[in-house]
Write a protein that binds this ligand. Structure first.
Ligand SMILES: Cc1ncc(COP(=O)(O)O)c(C=O)c1O
Length: 375
């Protein structure tokens, strides 16, 4: 049997990792500014995280949601505190797509409607409604096609107002900073407009924080920059630092009913232990402040370099838009300078490092990209 070949792979096998460093099977060391796609939030093999999972593993790793799991309440308490949404409720699941799927479902249960507003270049996952709300026809199978989704231009307030006036809108789903779409930041006034229109029409504001959330932007949810609350926040990637876990944070306006949502694996003991370790590290080591500080430094220094079209982002979610003739920079960063970065098509380098990356590590990257751009 072979592996189903759906991923174009870099020819490298990582066998060891610590903090923001990884090593391949030949002993070569790399700086990791990609974090396995924004997943590594508190650093690879973070000792507190390892210990918490290990301790839990020796007690109980899994039982289903048919019994009490006090760790879920501990996690909800901690998440409420660290995210500043203490009156919200937590529902746990297993992936970003599943989180968005549940958020959309909850919205539709709430107001009984079907039309969802999503945005150009959005990515919300690969399950049925999440992929339908993703602006990439190549990954939408015929069975996922639906006319429930209305795609609007990002940050276009007039188009948003118009759509609300014309349709009975169930929900608006938006990334605070588009990730796969190339690091596009939602403006404060656009997020405030979404809030106002959702209030006016009794629609649901869903903040997809799967990639841009969990402290990465310097605030817990990047949508918080607009100083308005969403109705549902979806989260995954950084939540478990590599342990597969996801969740939705649900405003008090939704009433929970037994069986309206559910999952076998979601909220298991190990997932809760991993997620608690992440929040404890974020809180105790001020990682949101570090994300803001190192992120600002990176963006300021990048803006001084030649041959960059634009630097976009917030905190440690940074996009570097390059001209076509510099399309080889990402590969050179990996193979010449031994630095992992992410990308967004056609030519954006994406930085998604761990939130505890140091200024020194940021400096190593800046030297490397500088040497590439000076050409
Ligand atoms: C903004 C956003 N939402 C949802 C998802 C889907 O998450 P998952 O791959 O865990 O299903 C992703 C994944 O890249 C994402 O970036």
């Amino acid at each position: 049997m072979n592996v189903f070949d759906v991923y174009p792979l870099n020819d490298v096998t990582i066998v060891k990792a610590s903090g923001s460093w990884v090593w391949d099977d030949k002993g070569q060391k790399y700086l990791d500014l990609y974090g396995g796609h924004a997943v590594i939030s508190i650093g690879h093999t973070n000792p507190h995280w390892v210990k918490r999972i290990e301790t839990q593993l020796h007690q109980i790793s899994f039982y289903s949601n048919s019994v009490k799991i006090p760790l879920q309440q501990q996690l909800a308490d901690k998440l409420g505190k660290v995210s500043g949404k203490e009156n919200y409720r937590l529902f746990m699941c297993n992936s970003g797509a599943e989180a968005n799927e549940n958020a959309l479902k909850l919205a539709s249960f709430y107001n009984g409607r079907k039309k969802i507003i999503a945005f150009k270049k959005a990515f919300h996952g690969r399950t049925s409604l999440a992929v339908a709300a993703t602006d990439n026809p190549n990954i939408v199978a015929p069975v996922n096609q639906t006319d429930y989704i209305i795609f609007l231009p990002f940050n276009d307030e007039a188009a948003l107002e118009n759509a609300f006036a014309q349709h009975e809108i169930c929900a608006v789903i938006i990334e605070g900073i588009q990730g796969v779409g190339g690091i596009n930041v939602a403006t404060v006034s656009f997020l405030q407009k979404i809030r106002a229109l959702c209030n006016q029409y009794n629609a649901v504001y869903i903040a997809d924080s799967v990639q841009c959330g969990y402290g990465r932007s310097g605030k817990f949810y990047s949508h918080d920059f607009a100083s308005v609350d969403a109705d549902i926040y979806t989260m995954a990637k950084g939540m478990g630092n590599g342990f597969p876990v996801a969740g939705i944070s649900i405003s008090p306006k939704f009433e929970a009913k037994h069986f309206m949502l559910g999952t076998t694996f979601g909220g298991n003991h190990l997932a809760c232990a991993a997620s608690l370790a992440v929040l404890e590290e974020i809180e105790e080591n001020n990682l949101m402040q570090n994300a803001e500080m190192v992120g600002n430094y990176l963006m300021e220094e990048l803006k001084k370099l030649p041959n960059i079209i634009e630097v976009r982002g917030r905190g440690l979610m940074i996009g570097i838009q390059l001209p076509d003739e510099f399309s080889g920079v990402k590969k050179n960063l990996l193979w010449k300078h031994k630095i992992f970065t992410g990308e967004a098509k056609p030519n954006v380098i994406r930085l998604l490092p761990a939130l505890n990356i140091t200024l020194e590590q940021a400096g190593i990257f800046l030297q490397a990209i500088k040497s590439e751009l000076q050409g």
